[in-house]
Design a protein around this ligand. Structure first.
Ligand code: UDP
Length: 466
């Protein structure tokens, strides 16, 4: 026991916000740390930890990842059990702080003290707890740096809200292209929508000046100038993409998935179906773990898919299935389409049958599309997704954003046009060239001596030395 404890360079607590899109990157980053001799302990909420059904995630390349959960005050049902978002976030902060402090003390008593807390930017109170115990405080951003820079500017009063309603209004931060209002994060362009989430994204900057390190889940080439600008203020390092190693440089043995699925994926059904389809022939369409589409939007997408005459694999979560157009599932029985409740997204994106990815542009999906080299059609819904779509189209050039009408709906014809453009149109050649370029850059970033790899080495050396 004693030997195991001494075998690692440092022990760190990793604290994700309790949602699939936030746990995936921090769990994957924990694996990277383990591969470099750091012992990570992951602290999801008790409710989330129940679906993990393990207390240890073994790694072949370094110290195993222990799971030591904390309480958000809703141990039996998590977020869904709370009366409202506001109540949940408040409970997470108050119960989470107490529970985290308790865990730190307990680990100390067990002779397994932690040196640092790596916490999701959505949980700035974790920095207060870290400082209370004299620990290194490391904030981990799960969203793009431009998005974060915009929130920083709003939080410091450098961008005034509401934005002026004038057509020529632009949102501008150093190092990033000027954004039309609709390309800015939704909490910024639709000021007053989701006030509690607005507080959360701005709260990331409430105490950032006290953080010892700022880690960003991007790789440097993605947003060079924005990172350089932020680096003037904080010790910021890019460490991404946190996509399982198998799909990148493949240095972490047996690292093919993130290791946590809150919903069981229909892996075999998807694989068998994809195996039966020709190369580059399938549209994969998925909107992540949280987005809710209107019935009208489902109707337009469903018609567009059928009329495109391309094959498609559509993830429609259980809670969304009732919104599928009437008779839709019968119509696709001939084999043109497959609808599943949840997929192994990485396996799907890596399959040679996939020709394009219709995505809500959640940031993990963005990183996965870039890393696995899949052209995209962006249909952003809210939060940072509109900004991500802008970068996918105009900065990285790996796809296009579908336009919405005055009611905020992507209509069938527009959708079909986008699909055709990416699957078979004139732009496919240019997009494919860019896709190949970004896939290579993503791999290089995490490979030995790459920008993210060097940054992780620097971080690990710091932890080992302090
Ligand atoms: N995902 C998955 N299967 C699905 C849909 C999504 O495994 O059918 C994964 C996807 O690979 C990504 C995460 O869920 O890692 C979703 O994160 P993202 O940031 O894209 O969206 P969010 O769910 O946060 O809106």
């Amino acid at each position: 026991m004693e030997d195991t404890k001494k075998a690692h360079k440092a022990h760190v607590l990793v604290l994700p916000y309790p949602a699939q899109g936030h746990i995936n990157p921090m769990l994957q980053f924990s694996k990277r740390l383990s591969s470099k001799g750091i012992k990570p302990t992951l602290s999801p909420t008790i409710y989330i930890s129940k679906s993990m059904q393990t207390t240890t995630i073994p790694t072949h390349y370094g110290p195993p990842i222990q799971i030591r959960p904390i309480s958000d005050g809703y141990d039996d049902g998590g977020y869904n059990q709370a009366e409202s978002t506001a109540v949940y976030l408040d409970s997470l902060r108050t119960n989470g702080s107490v529970s985290l402090a308790h865990l730190i003390k307990k680990l100390h008593e067990e002779g397994d003290s932690v040196k640092a807390i790596i916490y999701d930017g959505f949980l700035p109170w974790a920095l207060d707890v870290a400082k209370q115990f004299g620990l290194v405080g490391v904030v981990f951003f799960t969203q793009a740096c431009t998005v974060n820079s915009i929130y920083y500017h709003v939080q410091r009063g450098l961008i005034q809200l509401p934005l002026s309603g004038h057509d020529s209004t632009k949102v501008s931060v150093p190092g990033a292209p000027e954004l039309h209002p609709w390309e800015a994060p939704s909490f910024v362009h639709s000021y007053g929508s989701y006030p509690f989430w607005f507080d959360v994204v701005l709260g990331q900057f409430s105490n950032i000046d006290q953080a010892d390190w700022v880690l960003c889940n991007i790789f440097y080439d993605m947003e060079k100038e924005v990172v350089d600008w932020m680096a003037k203020m904080w010790k910021i390092r890019t460490i991404g993409p946190t996509v399982p190693s198998y799909y990148l440089e493949n240095r972490l043995e047996d690292n093919k998935d993130y290791g946590l699925q809150l919903v069981k994926p229909n892996t075999t059904i998807c694989k068998n179906w994809l195996d039966s389809k020709p190369r580059d022939s399938v549209i994969y369409i998925a909107f992540g773990s949280a987005a809710k589409l209107s019935e009208q939007q489902f109707e337009e997408l469903g018609r567009g898919l059928i009329n495109s005459h391309h094959n498609f694999l559509w993830v429609v979560r259980d809670s969304e299935q009732a919104k599928l157009p009437k008779g839709f599932l019968d119509e696709i029985l001939s084999g043109q389409g497959l609808v599943v409740e949840w997929a192994s997204q990485l396996e799907v994106l890596a399959h040679e049958a996939i020709g394009c990815f219709v995505t809500h542009c959640g940031f993990n999906s963005v990183l996965e599309a870039l890393s696995l080299g899949v052209p995209v059609v962006g249909i952003p819904q809210w939060t940072d997704q509109g900004t991500n779509a802008k970068f996918l189209e105009d900065v990285w050039g790996v796809g296009i954003r579908a336009k919405v009408d005055d009611d905020g709906i992507v209509r069938e014809k527009q959708f079909e046009k986008c699909i055709r453009e990416v699957m078979e149109g004139e732009r496919r050649e240019e997009i494919t060239k860019n896709v190949v370029k970004w896939k290579k850059l993503a791999k290089e970033a995490v490979d030995e001596g790459g920008s993210s790899d060097k940054n992780i080495d620097e971080f690990v050396a710091f932890l080992g030395g302090c």
